[in-house]
Design a protein around this ligand. Structure first.
Ligand code: C2E
Ligand code: MG
Ligand code: MG
Ligand code: MG
Length: 293
């Protein structure tokens, strides 16, 4: 509806926007108790060998089982988490679920490969993230290299970038792999790429989505693959949805990927069905053969 404001101009109230704000406010409130009520759920998406489809590990992706709205994707609620407190609680929740699932997989004789956890800045500036993982590992009798960590380029903008670097270095000293996530969308400069100690570079899916339709994106993808290779990093392509994209990436020299083409993020029970007993998660070699398939 409309309302008269001063000087005879009509202000239009956008009812849809208003409803959205209201819903966001309600979600923000519900988030405050979501941790205590154990409403967070973890789905797993495999990182696969692009040549064979063999799973090399998984990424843990949080979902929120809202009491009325059902399963919500992180895009719906992460932006509503103000302050580091909620995000810390949620991440702790995710890590302990992953710890339990890993234990169960191992007890069943399955070797799932490292499970990558997305660690936000809030957990990297201090000891929190490190202590959190150390505790989960202790409690479940796991090893550091059962886990991997994904950080986004935002960490470089943090005024505590030095502390983040320390945490990351500490993780790596324990043999845990660190990925730079969503590469190409944030603020990583080449200096960061040169100086930041990471193991894996993840090409953001916005570039992968353009393969086959936008030659500029294709050239950027090729350059990113070459760059990671020349820096001695693993390269992982996100968001592969078609076989054409898969083939392009293999030809360009990328050997690992994730995407709906292989598997969507799924609950632990479903994700583990793909794991043969005793499968050893192989470290994919940078084989020359793979580049020419
Ligand atoms: P991300 O870490 O870059 O994760 C990849 C996202 O791409 C996931 O979205 C995944 O479901 C989606 N995806 C994978 N393959 C495909 C594909 O083939 N097509 C399309 N269209 N999408 C694909 P999701 O699960 O909604 O997560 C979104 C973002 O939320 C993640 O991006 C990550 O930044 C954040 N996130 C997820 N879980 C956590 C968590 O436990 N902690 C933190 N701090 N952030 C998380
Ligand atoms: Mg990620
Ligand atoms: Mg990503
Ligand atoms: Mg992404």
């Amino acid at each position: 509806y409309t309302a008269k404001s001063g000087r005879n101009t009509a202000v239009i109230f956008d009812e849809a926007a208003l409803a959205r704000r209201l819903e966001e406010n309600q979600l923000s409130l519900a988030l405050i108790v979501a941790v205590d009520r154990n409403e967070f759920v973890v789905h797993y998406q495999p990182k696969v060998n692009l040549l064979t489809g063999e799973p090399l590990g998984f990424e843990a992706l949080v979902r929120w089982r809202h009491p009325n709205l059902g399963l919500l994707a992180p895009g719906r609620f992460l932006p509503l988490m103000e302050g580091p407190h909620l995000i810390r609680g949620m991440t702790r929740s995710v890590a302990s679920i992953v710890g339990r699932d890993l234990r169960a997989w191992k007890d069943a004789g399955l070797v799932p490969g490292p499970i990558a956890i997305n660690l936000p800045e809030a957990l990297l500036v201090g000891e929190d993230g490190y202590e959190m993982l150390a505790q989960v590992i202790r409690e479940n009798g796991l090893d550091w290299h059962d886990f991997a960590v994904e950080v986004t380029e935002d960490v470089f903008l943090n005024r505590n970038a030095d502390h983040i670097l320390e945490t990351v270095t500490r993780f790596r000293e324990h043999g845990l792999s660190v990925s730079l996530d969503d590469f190409g969308t944030g603020f990583a400069s080449l200096v960061h790429l040169r100086d930041f100690p990471f193991d894996e570079l993840k090409i953001d899916r916005s570039f992968v989505a353009d393969i086959g339709t936008d030659t500029r994106s294709e050239q950027i993808v090729r350059a990113m693959i070459d760059l990671s290779r020349n820096l001695g990093k693993r390269c992982v392509a996100e968001g592969i949805e078609t076989d054409m994209q898969r083939r392009f990436l293999v030809n360009a020299g990328c050997e690992i990927g994730q995407g709906y083409f292989f598997a969507k993020p799924q609950p632990a029970e479903v994700a583990s069905e793909r794991l043969p007993k005793g499968l050893v998660a192989a470290e994919p070699s940078m084989s020359a053969a793979a580049r020419h398939i």
